[in-house]
Structures are given as C-alpha cells and as structure tokens.
Design a protein around this ligand. Structure first.
Ligand code: ITT
Length: 195
C-alpha cells in the first residue's frame, strides 16, 4: 500500500518511517510530490492534522497520514502547544525554540516544570474521506534546566523522561519510538487500519 506522509519535518519522517518499516506500507514523504505546505490555521492538533492530510491527499491522489504534535508546558498554561514549531517566531530553528522555552522557565522551580508531548495522527483514505482515522498519543515528562543529548529533534534535549532518567534526546531512536507520543499514536493507527 502506498501512502503519502504529509510532513516536512525530517525528524518526524524518520520516526514514522522506522515505525512503519516492514509492514508492507510504502510511506512517501510529500516532498517527493512537490506538495505545497498546508496552512495550519486550526486551533487544535486534530484540525491541523486534518488540514495537512487533506492537502497532501488532494495533491497526490494517495491516502495520506499527517502528524500534528507539540509540547504543553504546565507553567505556561499549556503553551506552546499547537504553536510548538514556531514558538520563537516564523521559521524558528529547534535551537531557537529550546532557548525560548528555557528562558520562559528560568524562574520556574522543579515541581512546576511538568510537560507533555502530544501527537495527533490522521489517516485519510482520500481527500474527501468523511471518516478519517484519528489517533492520539501523550508522553509525560519535565523540562530540564539545560539541553542534554544529541538524538531526536525539536524539544527532545529539554524533555526529561522520568521512566528512563534521561532526556528524550539521550534515548536511542528505537527506545524513543517504543514509548513516545508518536509511537503510541502510530501503534493505535496501525490497529485501526487492521480493523
Ligand atoms: P509538519 O507540519 O511539516 O509535519 P512541523 O514541525 O511544522 O512539521 P508541527 O506543526 O506538528 O509540525 O509542530 C510540531 C513541533 O512540536 C515540532 O516542530 C517540534 O518542535 C515539537 N515536537 C513534536 N514532536 C516532537 C518530538 O517527538 N520531539 C521533540 N519535539 C517534538
């Protein structure tokens, strides 16, 4: 089965490919089709994932998977949330976003540094699919005081994983996929696709 992956984020593409490897699903990044970026004008992860999946399905005629994700920080009342990719402004790098988050939490004590990653995956059989498959995953942790580790992407170097006593960027890629918000959501999506 051929499916287009509606993401331009290389970190996501790597993780999703690793999870779908060997399952008989050929996942093609939307860049291979020159799909233009969708406007992420939604106010929820679900809405943005749907917009991205529909855009990719429309431009390719293929079934589409989209991932909308982000980090919610308790001390910031859930920010940056759906705005995680552009927290430090349009076109911000992962390093810029991490710097901004560290600065925002500079005076926040340990017990108020709770945070979680959210991942919303949407699968559309075709652009006008009226019953999209929607799966979610949540990963609880805390924001560190300084970056640690080189793996992963985005906020991983700042995300302390209590179950493994290290940052998300210190986990091997397969370890992260086994427990992350994205891994959880993708395993649920695979179940839904089998049903
Ligand atoms: P696409 O829309 O093209 O898929 P994007 O990076 O713009 O790429 P989002 O709008 O969903 O995607 O933003 C998600 C952001 O949340 C991402 O850029 C990271 O900063 C952060 N994020 C999501 N999952 C993450 C993870 O597993 N580890 C670290 N940061 C993550």
């Amino acid at each position: 089965k051929r499916v287009v992956l509606a993401s331009g984020n290389p970190g996501k593409v790597r993780e999703i490919n690793a999870l779908l490897e060997g399952l008989g699903i050929e996942v093609l990044p939307q860049s291979e089709f020159g799909v233009p970026e969708a406007d992420e004008t939604g106010l929820t992860f679900v809405e943005n994932a749907l917009l991205k999946a529909r855009n990719a399905a429309e431009h390719t005629g293929l079934p589409a998977i989209a991932d909308d994700s982000g980090i919610e920080v308790d001390a910031l009342n859930g920010a940056p949330g759906i705005y995680s990719a552009r927290y430090a402004g349009p076109g911000a790098s992962d390093a810029d976003n991490c710097d901004k988050l560290l600065a925002a939490l500079q005076d926040t004590p340990e017990h108020q540094r709770g945070a979680r990653f959210q991942c919303l995956l949407v699968y559309l059989r075709h652009a006008a699919d009226p019953t999209p498959l929607i799966c979610q995953g949540t990963w609880e942790g805390r924001i560190l005081h300084a970056p640690q580790g080189e793996n992963g992407f985005g906020y991983d170097p700042l995300f302390y994983v209590p179950t493994h006593d290290c940052s998300a960027a210190e986990l091997a890629p397969a370890e992260k996929n086994a427990i992350s918000h994205r891994g959880q959501a993708l395993r649920r999506l695979l179940e839904a696709l089998r049903a």
